[in-house]
Design a protein around this ligand. Structure first.
Ligand code: ADP
Ligand code: MG
Length: 244
């Protein structure tokens, strides 16, 4: 444990929480816990060494822990959540969306989808972003689609529009992982409305074993407070200066 803390210090990683898994030093260390296909895809992307946030967030999420991960822009947060997520999901299933990734803009949703496609190469997962609302209403009609999707990437507005249809035009009751990316931006742009949207989304993600992972460039008080109140067994990971 002391050795792990020294390694965290060297990497400017600080953690708060109980029984925090040890950070990894290399992707090779994951060879017993992550499928070789995924590790090969990382290498194909040219990712040879994990970034500090990846070193701590990946082992935490692999152990099914709920995390709030704060690290500066450009520090590799996308891979930090996609790799453990893809390991959890394994191959395609037809039970409906099993992972939901929320982010502030459509452009970012597209980038996340692209990265997800690259990292899951060979897995055949169906990774969707909500496109035109009208199309989406028929496309995700619970009566028509029988869960031919695995991962959904979307902004909260588009998702809540579908949830607000009567009856709801999308079904989230198979979601095992809810990832919130750029949480600081989502909460800051419209604090109250995003908090309300998030409550609605959480309610729709009604699976008992559903887990939440939140990623943010800055660890704002609003974000931390929400996580402390809503995420059981929370691990907080911060990279860089604690109060930056
Ligand atoms: P953030 O979400 O923290 O702003 P991104 O996930 O967008 O950062 O990653 C920033 C850049 O770093 C991307 O171009 C990504 O491909 C690259 N990257 C991610 N992980 C690694 C890694 N382990 N090694 C090298 N480059 C990486
Ligand atoms: Mg990002």
């Amino acid at each position: 444990e002391e050795k792990a803390n020294r390694y965290r210090n060297e990497n400017s990683i600080s953690v708060v929480g109980r029984h925090v898994p040890e950070p990894i030093k290399s992707f090779q260390e994951l060879s017993s816990s992550v499928d070789s296909v995924l590790l090969a895809n990382l290498a194909k992307c040219g990712y040879t060494e994990p970034t500090p946030i990846q070193k701590q967030a990946i082992p935490a999420m692999l152990e099914d822990r709920q995390i709030l991960a704060c690290a500066p822009t450009g520090s590799g947060k996308t891979v930090a959540f996609l790799l453990p997520l893809l390991q959890h999901l394994q191959g395609p299933q037809s039970s409906g969306f099993r992972a939901l990734i929320i982010c502030p803009t459509r452009e970012l949703a597209k980038q996340i989808q692209q990265e997800c496609i690259r990292l899951s190469d060979g897995r055949n997962l169906k990774i969707h972003i909500l496109s035109k609302i009208n199309k989406a209403i028929t496309q995700y009609d619970p009566k028509k689609s029988n869960g031919k999707y695995d991962i959904l990437v979307t902004t909260p507005n588009r998702l809540c529009f579908l949830l607000n249809q009567d009856p709801p035009a999308i079904n989230l009751n198979s979601v095992e992982w809810l990832i919130i990316d750029e949480a600081d931006k989502l909460f800051e742009e419209s604090v109250r409305s995003f908090r309300n949207q998030l409550q609605q989304i959480l309610k729709a993600c009604c699976l008992h074993k559903r887990r939440v992972a939140m990623f943010s460039a800055t660890c704002t008080p609003i974000v931390s407070k929400w996580c402390v109140h809503n995420m059981k067994g929370l691990i907080r990971v911060t990279v860089g200066l604690r109060n930056a």
